[in-house]
Design a protein. Structure first.
Length: 545
């Protein structure tokens, strides 16, 4: 199915500038140039919407190939080809950049699929760490067996299905069976996700039934992918570690993989030895990455023999689980009924701003009581407003402004202001998604950040990278986070951002209660809208079998 053409007014200035630049340099006839210009502008736009390529019909394909600016490749062509700004493969149009990332990632993964491991003690070791469960299939044990016998493994599952517990046991088994200390890296896409994984690992590690020596060599430190690769100061898109300067790890575990786009995943895998075991964790039903690609979903669908879905939830249950399941199955009427009848889940009714302001008063009271920063930070994170959109009555910008006003907080910087970092900044050690609170420190307002290792980082507001107030955040930005209570605010009118994946991601950020501010028509229509991203990663992987 082709992507419908867009109106010129929908393109950004960058889309139009890119299209005009290439059109002026094409070898096309005058009557062909408008079609080519439209295609290039739409390709640029669709990549900003998460697609890596643009499907072409026969007429469009002929025009692009006549332009002199597109390289046509078949499925057997490697990634080391003479660069052109555009690439055509399998009747799809790419910019060379995204074609390269996709092709390179597929090649790197296919190399790992050829590597298998065996150990005579494997069965006994698995039985020790995963004791038999009566009349019940042990999905965690099956995932562990794959990870121990393959160089590439995917473990998916919803909240509370034991992904972290499983991977901790896998790491213990690897240490046990290898007889030597392995170099292990634990990474996540954002600082928030890294912090949550680190907390979970620390808890799971102490419950392991194994020698203390094995526990000691399982790392608890979790870092972000950008930190692991050694991000260079912006605007550089390059990293310290790459194909010619590999990372030194035997095992790399990536959590929240659904958040990782094709470009970043390609760069990470490129910086690993082909012998490095790669274990991907994530929820395949969550939103795909903000940037182009749907890496986890594509790999899960194309590599069933290397993927295991954990189905039993050990923590996440009751009404929230039931609501998440109905949304995933696109049972819109049943989902609406659960909102009407539930206690832990429910339809929000009342004054949204007054309700939100009251929820945030608790962490502000702790500030006036001069409580420990970690307690203040924990109280702030007990509750969070999640929005689908940035603009509009129920959008991030409006809610942030009105909540601050309701709490009598004014000025650009004030005691208690919660902020989210909006860009990666290696020079300050802060990355997109990091959350801090502005508090007095030695009579100066400083923004305090809780690092994944438990330490507190303080920084003057003037030194911060781009950031914004975060009483409310977008659902996209909430990925990798977890809160006791969540209020999801949806717009009154349906828009293209609203999908079942977005709603599912929003509600599964809640551990105890979830309220949704919406109306029936918008809520049900959103659930029936499923994300579809165009890309060639799945096809490239499947072609190798």
């Amino acid at each position: 199915m082709a992507i419908p053409p867009l109106k010129t007014s929908e393109f950004s200035r960058l889309d139009r500038a890119f299209a005009n630049f290439l059109t002026q340099r094409s070898q096309l006839l005058v009557e062909q140039k408008p079609v080519f210009n439209q295609l290039v502008a739409q390709l640029s736009f669709e990549q900003s919407q998460g697609h890596t390529c643009l499907p072409l019909n026969t007429e469009e394909l002929a025009i692009v190939l006549t332009s002199g600016l597109a390289l046509s490749v078949d499925k057997n062509t490697g990634v080391e080809v003479h660069p052109q700004p555009l690439v055509v493969q399998s009747n799809c149009l790419y910019t060379h950049r995204y074609w390269f990332y996709e092709a390179r990632l597929a090649d790197q993964i296919k190399q790992r699929l050829k590597i298998n491991y065996s150990n005579n003690n494997l069965a006994a070791a698995l039985d020790h760490y995963f004791p038999a469960i009566d009349n019940e299939r042990d999905w965690q044990k099956e995932a562990a067996k794959k990870a121990l016998t393959q160089a590439f493994t995917i473990i998916t599952g919803g909240p509370g299905t034991g992904k972290t517990t499983t991977v901790i046991k896998i790491l213990a088994l690897l240490q046990h069976l290898n007889g030597k200390q392995l170099k292990i890296a634990l990474v996540a896409p954002t600082g928030k996700a890294a912090m949550r994984l680190q907390e979970s690992i620390g808890f799971s590690k102490h419950g392991l039934e194994c020698d203390e020596a094995i526990k000691q060599v399982i790392p608890e430190q979790v870092t972000t992918i950008h930190r692991l690769l050694g991000a260079k100061p912006p605007p550089s898109p390059y990293f310290k570690h790459h194909a010619n300067n590999l990372l030194p790890y035997d095992v790399v575990v990536i959590d929240e993989t659904s958040m990782v786009d094709v470009a970043l995943m390609s760069k990470l895998v490129d910086a690993l030895s082909v012998k490095t075991r790669l274990i991907l964790l994530g929820d395949k039903d969550q939103l795909a990455s903000v940037e182009s690609g749907s890496v986890l979903a594509d790999l899960t669908e194309s590599l069933g023999n290397y993927s295991t879905e954990l189905l039993k939830s050990h923590r996440f249950g009751g009404e929230i689980k039931a609501l998440a399941s109905t949304i995933n199955q696109q049972q819109s009427s049943k989902a609406w009924q659960l909102l009407q009848e539930g206690e832990d889940v429910g339809l929000f009714k009342g004054d949204l701003i007054a309700y939100v302001a009251d929820k945030y008063k608790q962490y502000l009271r702790l500030i006036t009581q001069k409580a420990d920063f970690k307690d203040i930070y924990s109280a702030f994170n007990d509750f969070q407003v999640l929005c689908s959109n940035r603009q509009g009555t129920n959008g991030v910008n409006n809610i942030n402004y009105l909540v601050a006003k309701a709490l009598n907080l004014s000025g650009q910087w004030y005691q208690g202001r919660p902020i989210m970092v909006m860009e990666n900044n290696p020079a300050t050690g802060l990355y997109n998604g990091d959350i801090g609170l502005c508090l007095y420190w030695n009579d100066k307002l400083m923004v305090h950040f809780l690092s994944s290792d438990g330490s507190v980082k303080r920084m003057l507001p003037s030194r911060l990278p781009k950031s914004e107030t975060v009483f409310a955040m977008t659902i996209h930005k909430s990925q990798g986070s977890e809160f006791k209570e969540v209020l999801v605010a949806l717009p009154e009118i349906l828009n293209p951002i609203l999908t079942k994946e977005l709603i599912y991601t929003g509600i599964t950020r809640a551990k105890k209660t979830i309220k949704i501010a919406t109306n029936k028509s918008v809520f049900q229509a959103a659930i029936m809208h499923k994300v579809q991203r165009y890309g060639g990663l799945k096809v490239r992987i499947e072609a190798s079998f």
